[in-house]
Write a new protein. Sequence first.
Length: 394
Amino acid sequence: MLAIVFCVAVLVVLHTYVLYPLLLIVADGFEQARSAWRYIGGSERRRAPAQLGLPHVSVLISAYNEASCIGRRIENLLEQDYPADRLEILVGSDASTDGTDAIVQHYAARGVKLSRGDRIGKAGVLARLIGIARGDVLVLTDANTEFEKDAVRQLVQPLREPAVGLVCGRLRLHSPLGAPIVESAYWKLESLLKMYESRRGCVMGANGGIYAVRKNLFPPLPVGTVVDDFVAALRVLQSGHEVRYEPEAVGHEQTAPGHADEYRRRVRIAAGGFRALSQFRDLLAPRYGFTAFALWSHKVLRWVVPQALLVSLVTNALLAPRSGFYALLLLAQLALYTLAALGLLGTSPRHLRKLTDPAAHFVEMNAALLVGFLRFSRGRQGQIWARTERARAA
């Protein structure tokens, strides 16, 4: 029985990070895989964006104390290669106290609108902005994201198809301090999954910094929503519309400046993700076909990987005295956690960082998922966000 429990736990981890991606690649064909990897690897293949029939777009930004970057963000949006008479910029201030509102009002003459209200959280701010948005398409982004010049134009192109309800852009992560981005391998896996899920019209969540959705498919978010991008994608799928990934709509974003900030962000997102999944659990039913399979594989099983890792470690320790094979597997697990500890403590030798940094990121990410689940189960996750401090650009 211990061996069966151990094998099931290991299978959960393998399916999430190895088997599911391989199944998508095999189902789509290796020729298509080479084409997809051009985007995942960072190489560019720019497609001429459409010039005619562009929809009226409303860009929505929820901001809380973003004075350090909101002006730069607005300038970036005003420079978009998109007809000015079809693009409106709406900034919702969640009772900012640092001068954010004054900066936004400085752009009023250029058509930027400010909506200020009491501190109610991102979901409430977005509901307020949707009420005044005039666009048929809503583009949601963050105050610290920067779009490439044709991002909006590229983002709305798949919406020419009536079946498509939401389009997720490609978010590229950067460190303002020049440090290596530890999560790059994980981010490439996420982009790969989005690419293949998009071909079946069921991307499991958007990138919160850059996505577009039809306004009629984006009613006010449920109270307490934390991960609006995930909830938006699930609602669109539930409505019978497709969710696509458009890798040529590119946004850039800085990572959190430190491990502690990144860990808190992940815990909050995890708790919000569990809440969202509980609200849309009917999508897990077999009648939803590949969408249900993708949701189980990409989200549900990934979110129980922390529990699976704990179960595999305990059962492996109990099995090790009985077999040399299990003893070797236990040594491999302990080696992984030792590397992760060295990476998290910052004590790893330079020549081992290619091993310790990914191990540390893997363990840290799953620890955040576990804590996020505990917060969700105890009802301790609120809807008011705590701003992540931005590292100042040189």
